[in-house]
Design a protein around this ligand. Structure first.
Ligand SMILES: [Zn+2]
Length: 382
């Protein structure tokens, strides 16, 4: 990465042609490149996904988790424009969670590209709601009350890589747990919950800063108000993650959620291992039989009302939002790159500016389809 080179493209936000000089893995300069923007690829900061369970048949939650599985998934995700992500480990036995943490740590230690792309681990569970609906596809047998000693054990196994933990504040142990985890510098996110509005507010006071896939991982029926959705939407200190694949949330909820969370709304894919796979019926290690429709929707086979995670990555969500006019491509792109990057404290959150890491994505967009063409991670073409 010692070489210097330039990339010319249309700036995703200003829409003008720019020439980006990359030197030693970083952006050395961004200069206007004349009027001839048409015909050039769009250029944008790399995508940052806080929630990925697997991709292309590779599953972070199927044990044993081989180091090669993590490394291969990372390369395939990079090719789709994801230059930073949090592999997501969901509710399981304490031993299984520890094993998954160790595998991801080993994958990072063995390979620089994997290490630089995995910005941390998202532990989703097991301290979530045991209630049906709220629990989603998480295994009830392993759901449990928040437990600091267990968390410490997993954090040690991961080599301090757990950056986000999703919990439900409905447990009496939640407040003390959230305080300790937040003090340790880990983002506490609320999700898979039946917590009361008061419990949500207490959790925020204790240090919870994020909502995991807001509007999903919830019971099918809720009192109209008050409920935990309104409370999370109205908490200005909470960042909100949204799955914008077009199946998880109606457009009206997305639009309203983005406005309520102005500047703190971000997209996650929540992609499961079947993302990138052909339609059909599959048997998931966790979650049982699932159906992937030709339209790209993934649901539990025996109850199609229940989604089983997403089969789409962030570019799909960005295209969905732009097609539906819910925001511009530039806004959707920033909700999928700079905003989650800022929440995680990544240097790539500086975007297309001098000194930022050259995590760059070139893409085409015809008003309907978004295609990733080239991806650079720290200035190296993937
Ligand atoms: Zn979830």
């Amino acid at each position: 990465m010692t070489g210097q080179f330039t990339i010319t493209g249309r700036h995703y936000a200003s829409e003008g042609a720019v020439r980006i000089t990359v030197k030693e893995g970083r952006i050395a300069s961004v200069e206007p490149a004349g009027e001839a923007g048409k015909g050039l690829p769009w250029i944008a900061p790399g995508l940052v996904d806080l929630q990925i369970n697997g991709y292309a048949g590779l599953d972070f939650n199927t044990l044993p988790l081989a180091v090669e599985t993590v490394q291969q998934a990372t390369r395939l995700l990079l090719a789709q424009g994801v230059t930073s992500y949090l592999p997501t480990i969901i509710t399981n036995s304490p031993e299984a969670i520890e094993e998954a943490m160790k595998s991801i740590a080993a994958a990072c230690e063995a390979d620089r590209l994997t290490d630089s792309t995995i910005a941390g681990i998202h532990l989703e569970g097991p301290f979530i709601s045991p209630e049906d609906g709220a629990r989603g596809a998480h295994a009830k047998a392993y759901v449990r009350a928040p437990d600091w000693a267990l968390f410490e054990q997993w954090q040690a196994a991961s080599g301090n890589r757990i950056k986000v933990i999703t919990i439900s504040p409905e447990w009496p142990e939640a407040t003390a747990f959230i305080e300790r985890v937040a003090r340790a510098g880990v983002i506490v996110s609320i999700g898979h919950t039946v917590a009361s509005p008061e419990q949500i507010a207490d959790a925020v006071r204790a240090g919870a800063r994020m909502s995991t896939h807001l509007g999903n991982g919830a019971q099918l029926m809720l009192p109209r108000h008050p409920n935990f959705l309104w409370e999370q939407l109205s908490q200005d200190d909470m960042w909100g993650c949204f799955i914008a694949d077009g199946f998880h949330l109606p457009d009206s909820f997305l639009k309203t959620g983005f406005r309520a969370k102005a500047g703190k709304a971000l997209l996650v894919s929540d992609a499961v291992s079947l993302a990138g796979m052909p339609p059909g019926e599959y048997d998931l290690h966790i979650g049982g039989k699932v159906l992937l429709s030709p339209e790209g929707r993934l649901c539990v086979a025996e109850n199609p009302k229940l989604l089983a995670g997403s089969a789409q990555l962030l570019p799909w969500g960005i295209a969905h939002l732009a097609r539906k006019g819910l925001c511009t491509i530039a806004e959707a792109w920033e909700m999928s790159s700079l905003i989650p990057g800022a929440l995680l404290g990544l240097s790539s959150a500086a975007g297309l500016t001098e000194g930022a890491p050259a995590d760059l994505v070139l893409y085409s967009w015809d008003g309907s389809e978004l295609k990733i063409t080239d991806v650079y991670k720290n200035g190296s073409l993937v």
